[in-house]
Design a binder for this molecule. Structure first.
Ligand code: UDP
Ligand code: MN
Length: 347
């Protein structure tokens, strides 16, 4: 059968050895802070929608802003590394390649191009995942009882750099090669899952399929996260940003102090910002939603510099506080200092 690449064995001990030999590149950058690489990308070709590439640029800027604040690295791919694994499947060879090339990285965080960070301050609770290798947005009962292909989301997930993950990527990729294999697995998914038709296999159904058909092998190292929006469905969110802003603040549930919790990400499933037609939603509704999500995220960055958007529906900005001329010299706001100089967060 198809293989992602030469089989890698004994990876954990070889990685540990590499880390010992390279103490200048530790996989844990500070107490409780693993080294994280955010991985995203888009097609090698320009978008068919004339607005598409601009949306992708702004979405990438959004991720770069988030990564800078949290001290994460970021990798953007525009290459399809394996011609068998096209489209959404291309994240698999990419993650494998980056894992092997960066033993110093503890977690890789895959982000679709149509996923936007909308809580710039919240950071995943890393210590919760100490015993797990894969963190998926999802629900136990929807995966294992309902066996729904929508029980998880493959557009934003976190995976540990280890042998188990390499094995998972391999088992996962076997279902993705173009042509007859995709159709064959599409039929198997339709049999094994409760709500999926027998069309070509997709990476998300394939992951649910692995979990439900081989729970012993994959389930106990997979954390299904539903306590915050590792994936947030855009249609339920994009009209609520003003309300969220009036009634809550960034930083997750702990920071909100009983107020509204902001979604960590807003994911534009079914929208195709780059063009092409998913046929699920009105393109105008998608465009307006993306504009609002990007501006909502950007406002959290601009605020650090004393600016804000005039409204979430426009690119125009205005000054949000008096310019004292002194910048950080004039404030003892510690949170602001941390956000402007994020390396402090690693200490
Ligand atoms: N992707 C990529 N290269 C490609 C096609 C897709 O890196 O050639 C990435 C891109 O980040 C996209 C994700 O794979 O968001 C999922 O692909 P899909 O076709 O599901 O796009 P979406 O519906 O998320 O826009
Ligand atoms: Mn997506």
């Amino acid at each position: 059968p198809y293989s992602l690449g030469p089989s890698v064995t004994d990876y954990d001990s070889r990685r540990a050895q590499w880390l010992r030999a390279h103490p200048q590149f530790p996989a844990t950058i500070a107490q409780g802070r693993p080294r994280v690489l955010v991985v995203t990308g888009s097609s090698p070709r320009r978008c068919s929608d004339p607005e598409g590439d601009h949306v992708l640029l702004r979405s990438f800027k959004n991720k770069a802003d988030y990564c800078r604040i949290h001290g994460f690295d970021i990798f953007y791919s525009t290459a399809v590394l394996d011609p068998e694994l096209t489209g959404f499947w291309t994240k698999l060879p990419l993650l494998r390649t980056l894992m092997l090339a960066h033993p110093e990285t503890e977690f890789l965080w895959w982000m679709d191009s149509d996923v936007v960070f909308t809580d710039m301050l919240f950071e995943p609770p890393w210590s919760r995942y100490a015993a797990h290798n894969l963190v998926l947005p999802g629900w136990d009962d929807k995966v294992y009882d309902a066996k729904s292909w929508l029980s998880i989301n493959a557009g934003s997930f976190i995976i540990r750099n280890c042998q188990w993950s390499l094995d998972l990527l391999h088992a996962w990729a076997v279902m993705g090669p173009r042509g007859p294999v995709r159709f064959e697995y599409g039929k198997r998914f339709a049999d094994a899952l409760s709500d999926r038709k027998p069309y070509e296999s997709d990476d998300q159904s394939a992951l649910v399929y692995l979990l439900v058909t081989d729970r012993d092998r994959w389930g106990h190292k997979t954390f299904l996260e539903s306590s915050y929006s590792l994936h947030g469905y855009w249609a339920d969110i994009v009209d609520r940003y003003e309300y969220l802003r009036r009634n809550g603040k960034p930083g997750g549930a702990a920071a909100s102090g009983g107020g509204e919790v902001w979604p960590l990400v807003t994911h534009f499933v079914g929208c195709k910002p780059c063009g092409g037609d998913d046929g699920t939603y009105e393109p105008e509704r998608c465009q307006r939603g993306m504009e609002r999500a990007l501006n909502f995220g950007d406002d959290q960055i601009l605020k650090l510099y004393g600016f804000e958007h005039e409204s979430l529906n426009t690119t125009a900005v205005r000054r949000a506080r008096n310019d004292t001329g002194g910048g950080p010299l004039d404030t003892d706001d510690e949170e602001l200092a941390h956000l402007l100089h994020p390396s402090f967060r690693a200490v």
